[in-house]
Structures are given as structure tokens and as C-alpha cells.
Write a protein that binds this ligand. Sequence first.
Ligand code: KG4
Ligand code: ZN
Length: 342
Amino acid sequence: MNKIKKTLFSEQTVTIDDNSLIMAIESSCDETACAIVKGGRDVIANVVASQIKIHEGYGGVIPEIAAREHLEAINIVIDETFKQAGVNGKDISAFAGTVGPGLVGCLLVGLNAAKTLALAYDKPFIGVNHLNAHLAANFIDTNLEPPFIALLVSGGHTQIINVDSYSDIGIIGETIDDAVGEAYDKVARLIGLPYPGGPKLDKLAQEGNPYAYKLPQAKVGGYDFSFSGLKTAVLRLVKSFDGKELPVKDICASFQECVSETLLKKVKAALKETGYKQVVLAGGVAANSEIRKKIFNLKNEGYDVYAPIMKYCTDNAAMVASSAFFFNNTFDNINVEVFSRA
Ligand code: KG4
Ligand code: ZN
């Protein structure tokens, strides 16, 4: 798969092929990340500086603090990436950066760093959509090619995506209220778990009875989702204990069962309708044990199933480089501006 790009100053033609190195930067939320990926699939270096410890005390990400932390970390993370890869800017074929969706102040730091590197080394610049990048995490170390159905589940998004080709990506369903990760974090908070609650809730759920409480699966048309009713149902359940000790593990397991069943049903319907034989899981919540298990069980029904390894599920820059390499609907214009919502 070759792409032809132009360098920024001298306007020379650059062919991006399987031997090309793309350096990418990701800073859309609370991870400052930089990576170098060869041919879209082979990660040469991958550096992530997480701010989770800083935001933990506030119970969520504080945008201004996050942006300042990105500024502190960005040069160190870039230097470390070059060092790990044993290359310098001249060896890079193109520089890529996340354009959005994300926190505007945060995105600005990484995007401007990526643009600056492209200008300084006179290389092409490729802007990347963060959601495409989560999908592209599935190209790393695999032979995956479109067409496929993707289930993208993160802190901000819950979508079923039809990837017909590298240039034809259509969202066929999404949440009409809370995202899955958001629902996890809110329910975790309800039962007293610290931020970010998703992974902690997942852990407790594995020790509980998933059938202890019957929680409602929202009835939404097509491939859309709704999780705000479920969150309210958990709140009501918690209140019903009236201050007595909560059966936390059973509540977690019942919530996790309800969410994962809801997601699985819609994915199955999308596979049936399109006739596609490949399904991929993407986004931070793709790290969830039960959602992974249920989607991987589709192998027994004859589907090929892909999910990134854990470190490529949560925000990282290797997936951004891979997206820049494979997907065509990128913003490869040096004047591209950051945006907060898809
Ligand atoms: O994709 P991501 O790193 O950031 C966004 O772009 O949103 O996803 C972060 C979200 C958080 O809501 C976090 O609680 C959730 O992913 N998450 C999980 C798990 N690991 C991360 N939720 C449920 N189970 C997990 N194991
Ligand atoms: Zn993300």
C-alpha cells in the first residue's frame, strides 16, 4: 500500500511504503504519547507518559492541568522515542498528529509539535482523527485489511463502524447519551471506586455473579445505544441498600453483563446485515475482560476477531502512526485546526 505525499517546504514527492517510518504524536486527553511505526504495522518505538496519577485526586481529567502537563512532557517524550528507535528526524518519511476529537488545549500541544517536526525536517504532515486511530490499533502486528465491522468503545465514544475500505469508513450506530467508558466511570464512582473506575470495576466484576441483578438493556433502534438508563438503574439499586454494605462484586458483574450483552447483540446484527466476516474491537474499553471475551467468542461462529493488545487499546501514538499510514480520510494539511467533538 503506497501513498504519495509532498514535503512541506521543497514540495518534493515522498512515497510512503512498507519500509517507511512514520512518527506520530497523540495528546488528545491525558496521555502524552509519541511513536515510530514502520509500514503501518511494525512498532519501532512507543513512548507514553500518563497523567492518570495527577488527575486521580480530582476524580476526572482537568483540561487546563492536562494541557500544561502535555507541555511539560512533550519534548521529553519525543526525544525518548527517537532514542528508543535509534533514528533521527531525517530518517522519518512523514510526521503525524492527532487533530481531534479531544480536549482542545491538549490537542494543540501535540498537533503543533508534530507540525513543527514536519516543518523542521521538511517532511509531509498527516493529521489524524483520534477515532480512526483507535481502529488502526488493530493493524499493528496483524495482517488485517478491510472490510470489517468495528466496535469502538472509549471514554467518549461508543460506535459501530462499517470499514468498507481504507477510504470508506461509516458510523452506522452510536450512543445517544453516555459512552460505555463514561458509564463505567460513573457507575464506579457510585459504588465508591476511585478514578478511572472502568478497569477497577472490571476487576471486581470478575469475582461477582453476573446474574445477581437483572439490569435493563435499553431498547434503542438500529445500531444505536443508550447507557444513561442503566446508570440510573444502578443508582436505584445502590440506594435500595439504604446505607448497608453493598454487594459490590455482584453489582459490578451484573452491570458488566448488561453492557457486554447489549454491545454483542448490536455487533452480531451488524455482521449479519453486512455479511462481513471480520470484526474488530477498539478504544480504551476494548481492554475490558468480558467485552473481549464475548466478542472473541464470535470466533466460534466463524468470524475472524481482532482486538489490540492492552497497551494499544488505551491512548497511544503507535495507533496514530498506523492510521496515518493506512486510512485515507486524514487531514494532511499543515493548516488543519484541532477540534473537540466528532
Ligand atoms: O480510549 P481511552 O483511553 O480514552 C478515550 O479516548 O476516551 O478510554 C478510556 C476509557 C475510560 O473511561 C476507562 O475507564 C475505560 O476506558 N477503561 C475500561 C477498562 N479499561 C479502560 N472500562 C472498562 N473496563 C476496562 N478494563
Ligand atoms: Zn482514546
